[in-house]
Design a binder for this molecule. Sequence first.
Ligand code: CAA
Length: 261
Amino acid sequence: MGNYSNVLLETSDNIATLTINRPKALNALNKDTLLDIKAAAQEVAEDENSHVLIITGAGEKAFVAGADISFMSKMTPQQAREFALLGQDVFRTIETMGKPVIAAVNGFALGGGCELAMACDFIICSENSKFGQPEVGLGVIPGFGGSQRLPRIVGSNMAKQLLFTGEIIDANEALRIGLVNSVETADQLMEVVTKKVKKIVSNGQISVRYCKEAVNEGMEADIDRSMTLEANSFGLCFATEDQKEGMKAFLEKRKAQFKGK
Ligand code: CAA
């Protein structure tokens, strides 16, 4: 896989892992790091051997401690707007890519870090993780989608509490409010995430992609439109070899061998 200055990208067993790699700055996101994340995500999206992407942070302390405050501190309003649009575009690339993206949060996920995790399909975190949107304490608001994705995930009232107070919550509180799916010990985190991801990889790739599309697009549409979306994708599954193999294997009482075709 390609070489990047600010992220590491590796693939094994059809699982790609993207590690944000600026541990000295707690993996804070500057422009170059955002561009690397986008290029690496696009590489994974196009790579036939990568079926799932895991995103995590280098070091033991942080997933991502936010957008880079020293980079942002001198921006003009126009530059700040462009920086927000860039971050939004990169995270939207992750959210809409045709493969599942799982956030393995291993420490601070603040501001842009929480926003990056929320752009993934779901979040599994370590016990030492901390989440929050502390932007109001810096005199700004979230810029990479936090004010929009947080209420969609935890509901508008809890989102407003977190956004207005800027308070940092621990892993168990994140679990309680439904921001993360599970909390693991730090040394077990990658093992648990990999186990979960292997289950995804063993399923029909196309049907997993259609599930992602159905949830993402359906959540933004009215119920009649979203039901139509589901029925259309259900129908399309029957054009795949995977559907034939999956149902045949069930009837023959054996494990299906999916090809992603
Ligand atoms: N941007 C730039 N540098 C950062 C950073 C950030 N978001 N977060 C941490 N760092 C740097 C620190 O400046 C420090 O660098 P030096 O060693 O050169 O001084 C290094 O990472 C280690 O950090 P600390 O010494 O602060 O570590 P700590 O353990 O004492 O504290 C922390 C950890 C609570 C996460 C603290 O670093 C912190 O509060 N960071 C900022 C969190 C934040 O406000 N994030 C939101 C940013 S705004 C945003 O993201 C806007 C948006 O939506 C687009």
